[in-house]
Design a protein around this ligand. Structure first.
Ligand code: UDP
Length: 252
């Protein structure tokens, strides 16, 4: 079932993630910031916390706090320059879809009641795009939000962390009927099925985005992709835990 390492251009086995790296504290004014690298994909994740909630929450007397996310690709993150949305006067449909996914993924693991009447802003900016930028954004945001919430606790604004679980995301694709983990852009273009999986540290799914590309997929292939993705997410969360254990100050 596993593809041999030689069958992927970068020599990875089917179940292998790209090299993963987290650099913390890259934006000192943010309450939590992480530059995540998964292979050549690099995404800046910065978190700021406002002591306020959106107007709709006040108007509808919804208690607790809120978390919202924004995603964009920096103009020089792609092979050919990608103009900023602001210069086109409208938010790109893809960016809008991705930032809503990031927001949902993070809200699934945040205890908004415990957060209190404040808003967590998660900003994800792609520095270098090589496939899987939405997944990297979610995996990086999970760490950046945790660091920002740790700071709230250290500042005694909260008694305990309002975070229920860690969350991470990974892509899985099917090439010649075989599932492969964490696709780079070259692979992303080749696959007949593309699936983005978001799941928590206990293996529970937050979102499954799967689609055939000029192709269909079978029940068995879906199951194969889900289990490969869950394994990848377990590896990502183990790496997040290791980083969090070593991060003693909020912005280190
Ligand atoms: N991409 C690009 N320009 C774009 C959109 C995508 O160069 O405007 C590339 C980029 O490498 C990205 C990949 O295509 O990572 C796959 O894009 P997709 O929309 O599937 O999102 P992602 O895999 O990044 O979450």
């Amino acid at each position: 079932m596993d593809k041999t390492s030689s069958s992927r251009a970068d020599g990875r086995a089917a179940h292998q993630l790209r090299p993963l790296n987290f650099e913390l504290g890259i934006a000192p004014h943010a309450s939590g910031s992480v530059l995540i690298a998964t292979g050549n994909t690099r995404v800046l994740c910065g978190v700021m916390i406002e002591e306020n909630v959106p107007r709709w929450m006040k108007e509808q007397r919804v208690s607790g706090g809120w978390l919202t996310a924004e995603y964009s690709m920096l103009p020089y993150s792609t092979l050919t320059r990608k103009p900023r949305d602001v210069s086109k006067g409208r938010l790109d449909g893809r960016s809008s879809e991705i930032q809503r996914l990031i927001g949902r993924s993070m809200r699934a693991v945040i205890d908004l009641e415990k957060l209190g009447p404040r808003t967590i802003w998660v900003d994800c900016d792609v520095l270098q795009a090589d496939g899987g930028t939405r997944c990297a954004a979610i995996t990086g945001a999970s760490l950046a939000v945790t660091l920002a919430c740790r700071r709230l606790v250290e500042e005694k604004k909260l008694a305990e962390l309002p975070i229920k679980k860690l969350v991470a995301a990974v892509s899985v694709g099917v090439v010649d009927g075989v599932a492969v983990l964490d696709l780079n852009y070259e692979e992303d273009k080749e696959v007949s099925v593309d699936l983005n999986l978001v799941a928590t540290e206990d293996g529970a799914f937050v979102e499954v985005q799967g689609a055939g590309e000029e192709a269909t997929f079978t029940h068995d292939e879906l199951l194969q992709m889900l289990s490969l993705g869950q394994k990848g997410i377990a590896d990502l969360i183990a790496a997040q835990r290791q980083i969090l254990a070593g991060a003693t100050a909020p912005n280190e």
